[in-house]
Design a protein around this ligand. Sequence first.
Ligand SMILES: Nc1ncnc2c1ncn2[C@@H]1O[C@H](COP(=O)(O)OP(=O)(O)O)[C@@H](O)[C@H]1O
Ligand SMILES: [Mg+2]
Length: 352
Amino acid sequence: MIIEAHGLTKTYQSKSGPVHALAGLDLAVPRGTVKALLGPNGAGKTTVVKMLTTLIRPDAGTAIIDGIDVVRQPKLVRRIIGVSGQYAAVDENLTGFENLEMVGRLYHLGGPTARKRAQELIDLFELTAAGNRPVKGFSGGMRRRIDLAGALVINPKVLFLDEPTTGLDPRSRIALWGVIKRLVADGTTVLLTTQYLEEADQLADDIVVIDDGRVIAEGTSDQLKAQIGGHRVVVALVDAADGAAARDILARHGSGVASIFTDGRGVEVAVTDGPTALQNMLADLRAAQINLHDAGMRRPTLDDVFLKLTGHKADLAQPDDDDSSGPKLSKRAQARALSVADAVRPDLERAK
Ligand SMILES: Nc1ncnc2c1ncn2[C@@H]1O[C@H](COP(=O)(O)OP(=O)(O)O)[C@@H](O)[C@H]1O
Ligand SMILES: [Mg+2]
């Protein structure tokens, strides 16, 4: 294990009282692998990263990186890690190139070496066009790249990425995933945090799900998905009066409780064999003369993982507006489900 942490504990003092950010968290990352810490806002992800990167000390617990004790020998640890994330700063007035050169100088690389490394990273991250412009004119995606490049100046043994794509548009996100995948292919060990199951799925060998400062599940993406069911089928009814009948049909072909949402006209269920289940459901819905606005499949989200594992939503500030006793979807998950249904609609139209 290149990272090994035991019992990490942290309580922050705030105006409204103590906040237990980490409650005895264990973590082990094998060399050359990518581990994702998956959790909602406030789960404790940044606190873990700050501890492992020596920015804050744990109240209790131990952490070793490549054999070096993070608390006892922070300076040695800093020489072998790179960190990129929400709090890492780039100088707005410097160009991309100058920022990278500055990082190199902070690590005592010497002028020529620092400049050479800066240029390599500009090329690697395809920032050539932006290399000579001040960072303040950069797009969000370019900023993330320069920030990530900064973390790589010293060729770290372990790279920490704190929510690398949060806030990016989908295209920039996919581009950044590409960059991260290339790094990983070179054998860098990565610990990344994310709020997106899809991001963990794309990048990580192994996922640790955290909530309230503790680990609530661990495994590969496939193992976690197996726990929550592979896909979900979502249908939108023309008439809310068909809700109960539609729910029975979905439940019959699904692998769990079917739930009703959005004014009783959306029905959703987890399925194991998605395409077959969807076809059977559509056939039975038609036989029952239930009219649909929409139908489709979507992949599970962090919201689904959370519902299953904790019984509560990742997004706590959601009022419920449905009448089902089964699992409930947050507004965000509903919106996503419906947009996925939109995306597959042409195929379904053709199939009719
Ligand atoms: N400096 C701080 N002072 C007080 N509370 C904090 C501080 N930093 C984080 N917290 C609280 O600790 C908890 C975990 O925060 P954090 O590690 O940032 O979570 P995440 O990165 O998963 O969103 C949250 O409840 C957050 O509000
Ligand atoms: Mg955070």
